[in-house]
Structure formats: C-alpha cells, structure tokens
Design a binder for this molecule. Structure first.
Ligand code: SAH
Ligand code: DHB
Ligand code: MG
Length: 227
C-alpha cells in the first residue's frame, strides 16, 4: 500500500502513469527528446505532465502570444506552441547556440517553424530588443532559463503580459531550499527575491506550488497579471 509519504520511486511511477494516460508523446515529442539525448543535452526538460499543464494553461487563457525563457531542446516549447492558433506566435530565448540548433531541428520536425521564433543569446540581452520591437503584450510567459535571473525575467514579464495573462516560473522550490531564509546560494536568494517582488506588487496575484515527480522535489510559481 502506497502512503502519503511515499518516496521518489512512487513519484516516478505516478508521473509515468499520468504521462501514459493523459500526456502521451507523439512522434514529434519523442523525436525532440531523442535528438536532445543524442546531442548530449541535459535531460532537465519539464516532465510530460508539466508540459501538458503548460499547454492547458496556454489554452485556458486563449494564448496567441507566448514568450519562453530557456528553450533547451524545445520540449516545453512544443507543448506550448501546440496550444496556439495557426497565426499564433511563440518567441523562445536560448543562450546556448548548440542547444538552439538541436531545438530548431525539433521545432521544424514538429511542424511549428511558422509559429516559433527561436532567438539565441542571453535572455537579459534579448529583452531590450523585444521592447524596441514593441513585442507583446504576451498572454503567457514561461520562465525556465538561468535561475538567478528568474526574478528579473518575472519583473519584466509583469510589464509585458496583458491583464488576464499568466506568468509561470519553473524550479522555484528546489528541494525545499526556498524556505531557507539564511541560505546564501545565489539561486535560492533569487527565488526568495522573486517572492519579495510578488508579495509587494499589486499588479500580479501569485502562488507557488510544490511538486514531486520524475524530476524530484521542486515547484513552480504562477502569477496572474491584473490583480
Ligand atoms: N524549458 C526547457 C528547459 C530549459 S533548461 C524545457 O522544459 O524543455 C534551461 C535552459 O536555459 C538551458 O537550455 C540553458 O542553456 C538556458 N539558459 C541558461 N542561461 C540562459 C540565459 N541567460 N538566457 C537564455 N537561456 C539560458
Ligand atoms: C534543472 C531542472 C530544470 O527544470 C531546469 O530548468 C534547469 C535545471 C536541474 O535539475 O538541474
Ligand atoms: Mg526547468
């Protein structure tokens, strides 16, 4: 009998069950993971149930314009882009040129090249350009790049998401370190700075949800713009 305090093996078993039932991979998602693995990219993409959640959130807000920080091999990109109409637009930012090449191949294979625009370079440097182009407002922003800058990306997103739109940040809980007020690790400090920002900003209403699964114990923050 499995219990409420079941461990990592159970989390994985449940993730696999839910993935098979509700978030099965088709050819393009499988191919994206295979291409990532073949190229030696780290297997740190969102889990299938989390990918499905991103997809559902994008659909729930009727997303037509999405911004993603951190493409890796485009696994989350594919889940999100598939929520968009044919004339929708997803801009995804990736710092690593070789990862971006792998991602581009997987986006093409998924038939999403017309919807997805991949920009290579540090995300922080891409933001002034997006600003200058008058990009946005976005319906959903997914933040999943370098974790020390999550609060900076989130703060930018608050200014560039339409009222009623969503901002989601991955990897906020990191094994519970979020609760370490004295933690001096830069990534922990950053997740706590994110919460300082959110607690003080009346333009966004947010919460953080802890998660377990194939990726262990972590969690995400979700914010609705327009209090
Ligand atoms: N969203 C992906 C996983 C992203 S992993 C998925 O779920 O499928 C984090 C990614 O952020 C890595 O590919 C890493 O190269 C990228 N990254 C790290 N620092 C970055 C930066 N400053 N700007 C943009 N991307 C960055
Ligand atoms: C890791 C996990 C992630 O979801 C991510 O975006 C970056 C790194 C990790 O487990 O190292
Ligand atoms: Mg992540």
């Amino acid at each position: 009998m499995r219990e409420m305090n079941a461990g990592a093996e159970t989390w994985t078993a449940v993730d696999e069950y839910v993935s098979g039932m509700l978030a099965p991979h088709d050819e393009a998602l499988s191919a994206a993971l295979e291409a990532s693995e073949a190229a030696g990219l780290p297997a740190i993409q969102v889990s299938p149930p989390q990918g499905k959640l991103l997809h559902l959130l994008a659909r729930a807000v009727g997303a037509r314009a999405v911004l993603e920080f951190g493409t890796l091999g485009a696994y989350s990109t594919i889940w999100l882009a598939r929520a968009l109409p044919a004339d929708g637009r997803l801009i995804t930012l990736e710092a690593d040129r070789s990862y971006a090449e792998v991602a581009r191949g997987s986006i093409d294979r998924a038939g999403l090249a017309a919807i997805v625009e991949l920009r290579v370079g540090p995300a922080l440097e891409a933001l002034p350009q997006l600003e200058a182009e008058g990009a946005g407002p976005f319906d959903l922003v997914f933040i999943d790049a370098d974790k020390v800058h999550t609060p900076d990306y989130f703060a930018w997103a608050i200014e560039h998401v339409r009222p009623g739109g969503l901002i989601v940040a991955d990897n906020v809980v990191r094994g519970g370190t979020l609760a370490d007020a004295a933690g001096d690790d830069a990534t922990i400090r950053a997740q706590r700075r994110l919460h300082d920002i959110l607690a003080a900003d009346s333009r966004v209403s947010a919460t953080t949800i802890q998660t377990v699964g194939v990726k262990g114990y972590d969690g995400f923050t979700i914010g609705l713009v327009g209090n």
